[in-house]
Design a protein. Structure first.
Length: 221
């Protein structure tokens, strides 16, 4: 079953094409690397798939939602199912870890009892229980990335998008983060991970899509 269908999409920024005429399909439950040089458009493509940006032309279908035409007041039906790990973590630094995990659940109207249970379960799974009452600003870069991943997973998404989640992290932490993604994937989740970390892609083999010269190609690593 196709989870994502991208048909001849193009995206401009300041009148210049970031990418042009991209097409691919990604099946439900796949784990896919998205690679390319810095500035190739990986982040923009992830943001398009998340419903945070629109394409200028072409079609984008994600779990049957037409993101190229869907009305803004119906977009939440898509975004509530997507977990996004931003490159810069995008956490609220002056709030505690627990506050950062609560907010996406409140937005989705999750009952209070379930919120408490999900936070405890997710914190336990990622071994960040001791960080829950700490302000994000007091955490290391690796700890912040774990919180960002916990925030993405706590909503129980059907699609997980990760933008360079291992950038600036050591190999041990990078492996730990990949293990987390693989556990989510093993439970049936679809993963698209943007990275230029070749050692990671060599070690953990998955399908690789590369944005090259504004086009999308499948390659072997």
């Amino acid at each position: 079953m196709q989870h994502i269908a991208i048909n001849h999409i193009s995206k401009k920024l300041d009148s210049k094409h970031i990418f042009q005429d991209l097409s691919c399909t990604i099946e439900a439950g796949e784990f896919v690397y998205l690679t390319g040089v810095s500035g190739a458009g990986k982040t923009q493509l992830l943001r398009v798939l998340a419903g945070l940006q629109r394409v200028d032309s072409g079609e984008v279908w994600v779990h049957q939602y037409p993101l190229h035409t869907i009305a803004k007041n119906r977009l939440y039906m898509h975004t509530r199912k997507v977990g996004f790990v931003f490159q810069s973590s995008n956490l609220l630094e002056h709030y505690t870890v627990q506050d950062n995990l609560v907010m996406p659940l409140l937005i989705r109207n999750v009952p209070y009892k379930q919120i408490i249970e999900r936070i405890q379960d997710q914190a336990s799974e990622l071994h960040i229980q001791d960080l829950l009452n700490k302000p994000v600003s007091k955490l290391s870069g690796g700890q912040q990335q774990l919180v960002a991943i916990a925030r993405a997973l706590i909503i129980k998404p059907v699609l997980l998008l990760a933008d360079e989640p291992t950038a600036n992290l050591d190999w041990t932490m990078s492996q730990y983060i990949l293990d987390i993604f693989h556990k989510y994937h093993a439970q049936g989740g679809t993963v698209i991970l943007a990275t230029h970390h070749k050692e990671l892609m060599h070690t953990y083999k998955h399908r690789v899509l590369m944005i090259y010269r504004k086009a999308l190609k499948e390659i072997r690593i």
